[in-house]
Design a protein around this ligand. Sequence first.
Ligand code: F6R
Length: 369
Amino acid sequence: EKGGYDYFMLKEIAEQPKAVADTLLGRIDASGSLTLDEVRIPVSVLREVDKVVIVACGTAYHAGMIAKYAIEHWTRVPCETELASEFRYRDPILDSRTLVIAVSQSGETMDTLMALRHAREQGAKVLAICNTNGSTIPRESDAVLYTHAGPEVAVASTKAFLTQLVACYLVALYLGQVRGTKWGDEIGTVIEELSEIGNEVEEVLGTMEPVRELARSLADKNTVLFLGRHVGYPVALEGALKLKELAYMHAEGFAAGELKHGPIALIEQDVPVVVVVPSPRGRSVLHDKIVSNIQEIRARGARTIVIAERGDETVHPYADHLIEIPRTPTLLQPLVATVPLQVFACELATARGNEVDQPRNLAKSVTVE
Ligand code: F6R
């Protein structure tokens, strides 16, 4: 049942190109428009939405953080992403023009369920992004967009995360489409790129041997830090979460712009720091700022592990280890940048003798608070 892999996690990492393609299937028509008929919230309601709030936990929350960048950019509707466990105890401001998106692989996470119940009581419309057919969260929502990752057995979420991202992009683009925002042309291009992204994920998977080797070489470290900016920031958080839960190491993700506000004090000789570098095209200002961050931490002794777009030579002089990923539009980069971090965490866990599919103290579905 593990299909020749030692662990479900390895199998599920390898299944990601298909999971991503399956989640797109039937949702982009021949003319390149989105057809999300299954989102039963009427277009007239979606046009009136004046605020989007995303609620989720753990890895699903990281997908939601990335969705915020996409939704605000493509739709110009204000969007907040919040931990479900914080949201529902905070007396949030919601009304009938608020669209709440609940992201959950299992569809059974108690905090996310309670958050959506609270939102519906306040009159908000709730759209679930979920992987498990007929589970509680989609049953209690106004509408559901299923991710088609297939069953995810390993406790650590991998293919579900990538498909959550795809579903979030689809919702963001669909909102942009029905609202006719000024990014019309860009939306068309992104839809095209998104429909090809499975191939890029496949390409990344084919280049992971050096990442595994690097992971093994770090097995006796105590700490790994992760830096990112813009959509690379949630990717850094996700890389750190994977490492905590699988390798039981101290791992922390930071927004690179925050370095000087504290985290840089953690940089000492030989501490591994993974840096997710945005594309040098697009938001090039951010790219250049991150390259300076890499220089700064390296000057203080950090061992830099740099994830950057293929052909981005500006990072080469400062990368102790370079992990190249394919070119993608900035907002879609998490789909390819996360994959090496999953492989990295899985290999480190194995090297440390940990049980990859069943990390200690964790459950696949958290149905208690
Ligand atoms: C991490 C992980 C957890 C889940 C979180 C939410 O690898 O799997 O952080 O993402 O418990 O679970 P769902 O998506 O089922 O609501």
